[in-house]
Design a protein around this ligand. Structure first.
Ligand code: MN
Length: 291
């Protein structure tokens, strides 16, 4: 069994553009080996937006060297990028964007959601790429609700929607470059749950709501991440209050992480190159919207 090594609490809130009030849970700027292969996690909301005629969000900006994974719990997020990818996702849906060699994208509230307003909650997770794939072709996977299979946990303890990875023989739809598990867990109070986590892998789930008691007696609640030892297999905890948990485990990528803003590479020289390539237009541009 893995044991908890520390509990991560949000490192401060900020706005991304005018659309995403987020709590940053961790970032590649601070001892990134602790969360590898994950680089960054922003927890947006939960909050409410009033109806508006202007779609809030963040305009065109580049990324290189990793993937951005946007998971919507409430509200709508729209995205367009220079690889031709784009779409609008709602509750239970996921945008898995591979920036890799370079992409320019924009992220806004969905048009209908902006008009209607209402509850808003989302997560943006950055997933590192190994050095050999950092300059791979960019891509975009829009993953709809019905593409994400749901697995019942033993003894009626709840459900796991498998976004990436595999549980009890059920495979998630997201293509990943390295092994990882990304699941949307809904857990029922009063159950003790044992979840698989591979020996040697990082295990750092995010609690969005509810309350868990870990094996050592520590309790974790909303906007907290228990980070477990790489050594050992599987994680066990008790569900004290009905919980929504973003389950994250993955094989660490033990390579140097050198990042600056929207670029995360292995060396300083590669970061300078990323700025030069963006400024000279090599990361492409977003095609004009067609009616
Ligand atoms: Mn972005």
């Amino acid at each position: 069994m893995k044991t908890v090594s520390f509990i991560q609490r949000n490192a401060g809130g900020h706005w991304v553009g005018d659309g995403f009030p987020v709590r940053n849970m961790f970032s590649y700027n601070d001892r990134p080996e602790r969360f590898s292969p994950f680089l960054m996690l922003d927890y947006g909301g939960p909050t409410r937006f009033e109806p508006t005629t202007k779609q809030r969000g963040v305009g065109q900006h580049p990324h290189r060297g990793f993937e951005t994974v946007t998971i919507v719990y409430d509200g709508e997020v729209s995205h367009r990028d220079s690889s031709g990818g784009g779409g609008t996702i709602g509750p239970g849906e996921v945008q898995w964007m591979t920036a890799a060699a370079g992409i320019v994208h924009e992220e806004y509230h969905g048009e209908r959601y902006a008009k209607e307003g209402g509850p808003f909650e989302m997560v943006q997770l950055w997933v590192n790429l190994p050095a050999r794939d950092k300059m791979a072709a960019p891509g975009y996977q829009g993953i709809t609700r019905d593409q994400i299979p749901e697995v019942a946990l033993p003894d009626g303890a709840g459900t796991a929607r498998i976004i990436a990875g595999e549980l009890q023989g059920t495979q998630g739809p997201a293509h990943t470059f390295t092994p990882m598990q990304v699941w949307d867990l809904r857990l029922k109070a009063g159950h003790t749950v044992t979840l698989p986590a591979a020996d040697g892998h990082t295990t750092a789930p995010l609690v969005l709501r509810g309350r868990l008691r870990l094996e050592d007696g520590q309790e974790v609640g909303a906007a907290q991440m228990p980070v477990f030892t790489r050594d050992g297999q599987d994680v066990r905890f008790e569900v004290l209050e009905d919980a929504t948990v973003l389950w994250l485990t993955g094989e660490p990528i033990d390579e140097p992480v050198v990042g600056y803003g929207p670029f995360v590479m292995n060396t300083e020289a590669e970061i300078h190159q990323a700025f030069a390539d963006f400024q000279s237009g090599k990361m492409g541009r977003i095609a004009a919207a067609t009616a």
